[in-house]
Every structure is written in C-alpha cells, then in structure tokens.
Design a binder for this molecule. Structure first.
Ligand code: OGA
Ligand code: NI
Length: 380
C-alpha cells in the first residue's frame, strides 16, 4: 500500500514545553467540543484519589450507579477458572487488570523510570528524535494528520520492538537515558509472554485450540510496539483530554500505568466513563480491534481515553501486541455461522494501520466503518 503521509500538516508543538511555559489558558487547538470534555465529577474523583482518599480499587467516584470496577484476573490462579475469568472480563468490559503475571516489579519500575528520565531531558535533547507520520517512530506530539484537528494534551515516544525484522533501527532509540533500549527490550520480551498467555486463554474460552488465535495473527512473527505516553500538567483539565477516545487497533494492549496518578478512563457498556484505579504492580490489559475482527465480534474492543490534571504529570507505558503485518485477518471460520455471518472483510494489519493513522483517535468509528465493506473502499 502506498504511504500517503510524509510530514505533519502543521508545525509540531511539544505539549510539555507549553505546560512548562506556565500558561494559564490552553491554546484553542487543545479545547475539545463540550460533548468530549470530562465531566466535573470525573475530575473531582481525580483529586480525591491523589489525596489518598480512596477506599477501593474501582475508581469512578461520583459516576452514575453501576459497576465501576474492571475485573482483576489472577494469572497465578487455577487454569480452569482462569479461562472463564478472562472470558467474563472480555464480555463485560473488554478491559481487566492482571496480577501475578510473572513480570518482575523491579523491571516494570525500571522501564517506567527510564522513560520518565527521557521526558525530563531538556527539549533540544528530545527534539533530535522527532518523529514523522511515515512511521511514527520516535518522539511525537500528535496522532493523525488531519489539518486543523483538535489535539490531545500529551507527548509520546513510539518504537517497534519485534519481530526482529521490524525492530526500530538504532537511530530511533534515545541515547539518554542509556538504559532505555536495554530495559525496553527486556520489558517488551516479558510482556509479550503475558500477551501469549492471555491469547491462549481467549482462544480456549471460545472453544478453539489454545494456539488458534496466536496462529491466526502470525505465530511467532506477531509484532510488539511500545509507546511511552507523557501527559504534562494542564492548567484547564476540564477542557481537554490527554488522549481522545479510541480503541486500540491491534490484538491486545498491556498498559503499565503511572504508579500514583490516575487518568485512564474506560467507556462502560452504558456509555459512562469510568476512571481506572490501577492496583500496585498490576498491568491493565485490553482487547484491540483485531480480536474483535478475528472473534467475529464475540469479544469487542472498548473505547478508552485519558484525562489530565492540573497538579501532576502522568506517565504510562503501552505495549501493543499486533498481528504480523502482512497476513489478512478476518473472522475465524469456526465463529461464522448462518445466524452469525462474517462481519468484517479480510485486511492485513499493515493496511489497517494506515487507515487508522490517517485519522487519529476516532472512538470506534473506523472499525464500525469496515463492517460489510470491501477492503479497497476503505484503504484508498
Ligand atoms: C494508549 C492508551 C492509556 C494511558 O496508549 O493507547 O490508551 O493511560 N493509553 O496512557
Ligand atoms: Ni489505547
């Protein structure tokens, strides 16, 4: 597929530089339309949690009645119960926390702190790694190339970790902190192991061979990308978002959230946004669009977004586990029946990614638009 985006449509402004300039009002290009802004009670809940005034792992203080907690899945638990626990979490929310996942807490902390170290460097040291919409690898401040788009209040660093052939070349890795590359590689390898485990459980939960999902996505050639997200303090958190509502385009996302500042919100089935309270040393896992496609919508990817706050910066590490880029993904034939016909045309992840990247975060509109259409209509 021809790449159609070479450069950003407007000069890139680092959100961190804006925040550090001490401005009292955010520029107009970050002001979301009223329907996309966080509700006042969501921002109040934020302050309460930061003050330690939190009595459970659910979050969502002040949210309308209903379930305010994503499930916690203990990967150290009994295998039989685990399959059902993961299935229930995916049916109810599409988001869950995993504990006893086997990744060392010291490695998790080292990875997060290495990236925090990068964002703390002076601006010129970071600008050397400025990214372009051609590959997104490096230091970035926007997703999508739509001119005059309303932007998000966050900067990020994006890299490919695997497979080996797709790995970001040395020039894209920061020299400083020098540990960034090594720690990210080790961390990525461990987290991919967690993804493989979750895939086996998901596959089995639909009555398929444990390895069925992994094979459909490319076996050992699946991709892994890392995005370190940095959300600076924001003088008007009620007007903007750190990351607009989106579903993740890949297979699974494993998020290591900030250890003390909340911000991730998940859209509950009734449409309300619920703020996640991460458990210590847990990962937050969510189902991406490719699982929705392969499972013929038995499991659905879920919209999520990030809110920001005036008091503290926030950092998170998102590991995206993706299909191999060049194999067509379509609903598994075992999950297609006359009553439940195939909902999606086959599409490779390389094609899907171009399609998604053109527009930036757009809720679930992009996956919905694929339904019942041909691949070529969507990719041109
Ligand atoms: C993402 C994402 C959530 C967060 O990077 O896709 O949803 O809390 N991040 O940073
Ligand atoms: Ni996401």
């Amino acid at each position: 597929m021809a790449e159609c985006m070479q450069e950003w449509p407007e000069p890139v402004v680092r959100v961190q530089a804006l925040a550090e300039s001490g401005l009292a009002a955010i520029p107009r290009c970050y002001v979301k339309p009223p329907c996309d802004r966080p509700a006042a009670h969501e921002l109040v809940a934020e302050a309460a949690a930061d003050a330690g005034d939190e009595d459970d792992a659910g979050g969502g203080h002040g949210a309308p009645p209903g379930d305010n907690r994503i499930q916690v899945v203990d990967l150290g638990g009994d295998e039989g119960g685990l399959t059902e626990a993961v299935a229930a979490a995916c049916r109810d929310w599409g988001f869950f926390q995993v504990v006893n996942h086997g990744v060392r807490p010291e490695l998790m902390r080292a990875a997060r702190e290495a990236w925090r170290g990068f964002f703390r460097l002076p601006l010129p040291a970071k600008q050397r790694y400025s990214n372009s919409p051609r590959t997104y690898e490096g230091y970035g401040s926007r997703l999508g190339v739509e001119k005059n788009a309303i932007l998000d209040w966050g900067d990020y660093y994006f890299l490919h970790l695997s497979p080996e052939a797709a790995k970001s070349p040395a020039m894209y890795w920061p020299d400083n902190p020098s540990i960034c590359k090594e720690v990210s590689e080790e961390y990525g390898g461990e987290v991919v192991g967690v993804c493989e485990r979750v895939m086996r459980l998901l596959s089995a939960s639909l009555g398929l061979e444990e390895t069925r999902f992994q094979e459909a996505f490319g076996g050992a050639e699946c991709g892994a990308c890392l995005r370190a997200n940095y959300y600076p303090r924001c003088p008007q958190p009620d007007l903007t978002l750190g990351l607009s509502a989106h579903s993740d385009p890949g297979v699974l996302t494993v998020l290591l959230a900030d250890d003390h500042v909340r911000g991730l919100q998940v859209r509950r089935r009734d449409g309300h946004w619920v703020t996640v309270q991460p458990l210590p040393d847990a990962f937050i896992v969510n189902v991406g669009d490719q699982i929705q496609i392969l499972s013929n919508s038995m499991y659905k990817s879920v919209e999520h977004r990030v809110i920001v706050n005036a008091e503290e910066e926030r950092i998170s590490l998102a590991l995206f586990y993706n299909p191999r880029g060049d194999i067509p993904v379509a609903p598994a034939p075992e999950l297609v029946t006359p009553e439940r016909p195939s909902l999606y045309p086959p599409m490779t992840f390389d094609e899907y990614r171009v399609y998604v990247r053109k527009n930036g975060p757009k809720g679930k509109a992009q996956l919905e638009a694929l339904k019942g259409q041909s691949v070529t209509e969507n990719c041109q």
